[in-house]
Design a protein around this ligand. Structure first.
Ligand code: MN
Length: 335
């Protein structure tokens, strides 16, 4: 971290300020005195330094971080890829993980049938929403506890581990048998929720917010990890841009950037990124080619009558054809 001091800072002010920094934080303070200005270079663990409080000091002209503000999620401190085992699957070990299932759990027949079909096509996880974050309070809100129960039925029937979204800290106990807890895009910066799931010993699929930067996403991962849970899976699901043809714009460039900056696995959601069923295939192929560890895809046995996100859901038959292409592409790009 580099701190530029204002002209006219007295030697006493400088000494007092640098003593305070080195005693308050685990840092070494180096001072360069120029003819025009004085610059401090802070070496050591600068992650816990609150830039705004440093900037508020009357002798400080400007502050610049030269290191990322996240540590546990940072590849610089953890060069090897993080691999997260769930049942027989390993997320992040170079294998292709396919998480598939309906937007919402609607009935036992629906979720069990879809689970059987996607498993036969090579899916390694079943997704399904029980608690649904909907834009309208009048839209279907999910089957809630009953939805979780039906997901567990589908898991018993197929052996597929389940991925489902949590929306409230008050629901944590209900999620004890869920294999992977999803934090949805709208809750990416619900910091109290992040801290609570950070106390669990369970993988967390953290979706990037629709208007959040890559660094903000990594800071949300840092919240979970700094609370004790290092099993975080990043998920790129499209961001809001000026384009209106697609529901969101899939940020393909986020995939290699996440991989460069962090050691955490990256999953891509082409369904919510596009909002259009026919785009799921090309976006899935692009994401895999760009280095994603897996995909989370909405599959419905009757998309026209789906209670949510029917327009972006593909049928089990289409998922089967897509999975074949993806496994072929995976062999080609990963050797
Ligand atoms: Mn959905």
């Amino acid at each position: 971290m580099i701190i530029v001091l204002k002209n006219g800072t007295t030697p006493e002010q400088l000494r007092e300020f640098s003593d305070r920094l080195s005693s308050q934080y685990q840092v070494q303070v180096n001072v360069w005195r120029g003819t025009q200005s004085t610059v401090l270079g802070l070496l050591g663990d600068t992650h816990t330094i609150d830039i705004e409080s440093v900037e508020a000091n009357e002798i400080v002209e400007s502050v610049k971080r030269v290191q990322e503000p996240y540590k546990k999620a940072n590849r610089a401190f953890h060069p090897n890829d993080t691999v997260i085992p769930v049942g027989d699957a390993k997320i992040g070990d170079g294998s292709l993980q396919l998480i598939a299932g309906p937007c919402s759990v609607e009935s036992e027949e629906q979720i069990v049938e879809i689970a059987r079909r996607v498993k036969a096509s090579g899916a390694t996880f079943l997704r399904g929403g029980a608690f649904k974050p909907r834009t309208s309070p009048y839209a279907f809100q999910g089957l809630r506890e009953e939805g979780l129960r039906l997901l567990l039925e589908a898991k018993r029937a197929t052996g597929l581990p389940i991925v489902t979204e949590i929306m409230s800290v008050s629901h944590i106990d209900l999620f004890r048998d869920v294999d992977v807890i999803q934090i949805g895009a709208r809750n990416m910066q619900n910091f109290e929720l992040l801290k609570e799931v950070g106390k669990l010993d369970k993988p967390i699929l953290l979706k990037r917010g629709l208007a959040n930067t890559i660094e903000e996403t990594l800071m949300s991962a840092e919240y979970i990890m700094s609370s004790g849970n290092e099993k975080v899976i990043l998920c790129e699901r499209g961001i809001r841009t000026f384009e209106t043809y697609t529901r969101n714009t899939l940020d393909i460039s986020a995939i290699p950037v996440f991989k460069k900056l962090s050691h955490l696995p990256v999953i891509v959601d082409p369904s919510h990124a596009s909002g259009i069923a026919w785009m799921v295939e090309p976006l899935s192929m692009a994401a895999l080619a760009a280095g994603a560890d897996g995909l989370i895809i909405e599959v419905h046995n009757d998309p026209q009558h789906a209670r949510s996100d029917g327009a972006q859901s593909i049928t089990p038959a289409r998922f089967d054809a897509l999975a074949r292409k993806l496994f072929t592409l995976h062999r080609a790009v990963r050797g």
